[in-house]
Design a protein around this ligand. Structure first.
Ligand code: GLP
Length: 249
């Protein structure tokens, strides 16, 4: 494990759409250079314009996902992949169904897995067997979470079942009819898993992310802000709009 700290690179632009474009440019450039790339993908509202841009490039004929492999960060425990609020359904809707991904190379934790220990270990093994993740896309929760690694998650954590905090349940309740419907647990890649990606790009937009971004980029690297642990990785880029970067010095 890498024990030295690094200053994340910060790209700050005006609007959320510019931030998304910078992010999709990075991914598209890597995909063009290395068609057999392994992508680490994220859900949430923030990356939607990134996926829209990648889909547009595919429609324009400049981008193919045919040789790519993907691993998603997380999935709600208890939701089937075809449940409308599952992360699998999100990815199908925003990317997988709209591009030429080979379904056999799409990986996302199975929210209905029964042997969770075996399932999470197999997920880690599959990432390793694919040669590791070449570029991991991340968002950030307003409490600093990455994937579903809530505050207190260890730097060495691996793919596992996690409990969601009330903040996260509240924030994600906007996608469900009622807050009671939001699952209380998820399967999430660990911080240790994420830190093994060769390159990481974290996209954050809007004022609700400003404090978490400040803690992640300029705060001490510790478990109270999981995204601050990205400082242990030598190649992390934060792509921010003006609002998300507003508290950075
Ligand atoms: C979720 C996901 C994260 C995501 C975060 C922020 O809980 N597990 O991967 O980064 O929320 O989502 P949004 O982009 O919608 O603010």
């Amino acid at each position: 494990m890498n024990h030295s700290l690094h200053r994340p690179k910060v790209i700050s632009v005006n609007s959320p759409s510019e931030a998304a474009e910078k992010t999709s440019n990075m991914i598209a450039e890597m995909l063009v250079a290395t068609p057999r790339i392994t992508l680490g993908l994220a859900t949430g509202s923030t990356p939607i314009p990134v996926y829209q841009d990648l889909v547009q490039r595919h429609r324009d004929g400049t981008l193919s996902f045919a040789e790519a492999t993907s691993f998603n960060l997380d999935e709600y425990l208890g939701l089937a992949g075809d449940h409308p609020q599952s992360f699998r359904a999100f990815m199908d809707e925003h990317l997988f169904r709209l591009v030429d991904m080979n379904v056999s190379r799409i990986h996302i934790p199975d929210g209905l897995a029964t042997d969770l220990d075996a399932h999470t270990k197999a997920y880690e093994k599959a990432i390793a067997a694919a040669g590791g993740i070449d570029i991991q896309l991340l968002g950030i929760g307003s409490n600093g979470h990455i994937a579903f690694n809530e505050p207190g998650s260890s730097r060495t954590s691996r793919t596992r079942v996690v409990e969601l905090t009330s903040d996260t349940i509240q924030a994600n309740s906007r996608f469900f009819d009622r807050a009671e419907d939001v699952p209380r647990q998820a399967i999430s890649m660990g911080i240790g898993t994420i830190l093994e990606a060769k390159r990481i790009v974290l996209l954050a937009t809007g004022p609700a992310k400003a404090q978490a971004v400040k803690d992640a980029v300029q705060g001490d690297a510790n478990e109270s802000c999981p995204a601050s642990l990205l400082q242990y990785h030598p190649d992390v880029t934060f792509v921010l709009d003006a609002e998300a970067s507003s508290l950075l010095q």
